[in-house]
Design a protein around this ligand. Sequence first.
Ligand SMILES: C[S@@+](CC[C@H](N)C(=O)[O-])C[C@H]1O[C@@H](n2cnc3c(N)ncnc32)[C@H](O)[C@@H]1O
Length: 269
Amino acid sequence: MNDFQEYLHAKRTVDDRALNRRVLARLRVELPDAPRTVEAGAGIGTGITRLLDWGVLPEGVEYTAIDNRSENAAVAREHLLDAGFSQEDDRLVRDDTTVSLVAGDAFEVLSDGEYDLLVAQAFLDLVELDDALPALFEALSPGGLAYFPITFDGETVFEPAHPLDDRVLGAYHRDMDREGSSETGRKLLAAVPKAGGELLAAGSSDWVVYPPYSGDERVFLDHILDTVEGALADELGEGLQEWLAARRRQLRDDELVYIAHQLDVLARV
Ligand SMILES: C[S@@+](CC[C@H](N)C(=O)[O-])C[C@H]1O[C@@H](n2cnc3c(N)ncnc32)[C@H](O)[C@@H]1O
């Protein structure tokens, strides 16, 4: 696995804790039998097995998982084989559930009106919301459901407090605003009705990571710090290096706490 895939693998347990159970319960209630499902930005496929294993998606589902990094499909395939799927032609099959892994740009691959459920986890904050949302809604049949879990919403906290936190985290959020928006979660609540959808449920799904770190969560935090470094290296210079050194020391010494505020949103078109 490359670094990004290791990060996606390590964040599974963080997402498991964070996902809003009330929004998930509403999704379970609203889903039709055997919903034709598509996921945009599916990463290494961890969302597929979670929704099946947690009994949110019924067995018998046809699931299309799209990601524009083609190398993610290979890791997703391994993940599904480990989870008891077997390869049949170009699909992965477990009992009567089938998964198709598609490498490509979700906005090009999706076709109109084909799906009962669209999932996009930790995705909308990476794209231009006002363009993306109507395009994603078009993939749904009338009455179809859109589920947007782990949508970043503008608050990052590291503890213990550091004098440079405001400067570093302000610049970090401004960097996110270059391609998507660091406040996508709250903006989504108005964007859904504007794009012709009905909000069915919304709630917080904050990442809360603290020592002693479980699973691979030290790897997860290490990647988050690398991401801050990658985003701000040119901008903050020595101040950033001082902040990073303190945070990496705290991570090594089992002292670092990280919280990211996010929203889960369920809508119907
Ligand atoms: C933050 S990751 C989240 C992955 C996964 N949903 C999860 O929560 O583990 C975002 C994913 O979206 C993919 N992505 C970004 N833009 C995309 C696009 N236009 N079409 C398809 N995938 C895209 C990236 O390759 C990446 O795997």
